[in-house]
Design a protein around this ligand. Sequence first.
Ligand SMILES: [Zn+2]
Length: 448
Amino acid sequence: MLALYKHVSSSFLCRYSPSPGPLRRFVGILSSTMIQFPALFILLGLLLLANSAAVDRTSEEGEAAILDPNQECTPYNYATVTNQMNSFPQVWESASILSDDAAAFAKWSSISANIPTNIPQKTQPPPSSYSASDPDCWWTYGQCTTPKLADLPPDVAAASEPSTLGYGFDDGPNCSHNAFYDFLQGQNQKATFYFIGSNVADFPLEAQRALTDGHEICAHTWSHPYMTTFASEDMQMIKLVVGVTPTCWRPPYGDVDDRVRAIAHALGLQTIMWEYDTADASVDGKTITDQTVVDNYDSFIQKASSGAFNSTGAILLTHELNNFTMSEAVNFYPQLKNVFQHLVPVGVSLNKTQPYVESNYSLPTFEQYISGTLTGSRGSPNSTTALPSSTSTSLRPPSTSTANSAESSASKNSASSLVKTGYNQILLSASFAAICFHFFGTVDFLMI
Ligand SMILES: [Zn+2]
């Protein structure tokens, strides 16, 4: 499963390759020309080499300009990440709190009293022994989104504004996403992206592009585990790399119960679920085929066109996972635009103008967004805002690490500096959160 997330089987752009007939003719002409004019092709090859050497893979802007998906997905070194990876779990491995991370242990200490100890960790799939009354509000068992544990807010599973789609994608950043993000940019469309911490570590510049483009970022754990299967002593965190600390998260596979919700809530994370699923990430060619996904989109669009979301909007599960999922998102975008009055990031649909712990970055209100103001403010990355009273301390670790030093030495008064220093902030924030989840059995939670 993890290999699936790391592997990009085919490029997104391949969907737009020419048809076989003209292609064969082109290859034929090319071959004969090569035989007649070899020097010309040697020169062309040298020019191509020079061009590829000129590609900038050190900045968000440079990475976003790459159009060849194979080049996009070629690993690169990003010093900020490389230099700090020893403070993080191995990518795609369950995150755990590092023994010398005093801040994380302190954080866990501060919230542990609010975490129930009488809700057992789960196994997958839900066993027949689990009570049909669903005492733990376990989504995987019965799609429960209204917690039974007192003082926990309900999950967000729909866009509250009428005829509105909370538009978002799980499992990114995908290394070959430039064509998809370019498409969204061309449509003036913002979305919510639920990033996996390991993907952020592998492709930090791709993660930064989401913020630069004005999208909303939520956490989706460090290594995409079933969260309820972690014991409270082992929970882990997720970290993000983009310069802001998300206050929303989506459990992988929707696997959340009241114990995991309590942890998320204590960490200041709002749980975002869905009611409709395209199954675009679940294609196995057998029980779920490409056509199943098309049918799911069609069915959802039909439901929307029949007025089902006229009073309360919807959230549809879709993914930034691979060529297929992104291509289908592009294919169905016009129809979704047609049947919904508004497609907006989930945070915008909730009128959540402060999506991150850092108060310097805001989202527009729903009214502002639909009136054409698609992004909020971006100020100094240094200021932070206190979390809700349920979380007495900031998610950001108080330690003076290398990352903080780097952050403070950078210029702080522009959006670009926010993006450039963002990786450090998100790494730290995620790490902190990961620590807390480690104690719960899922450091993965906060490593985003
Ligand atoms: Zn996922």
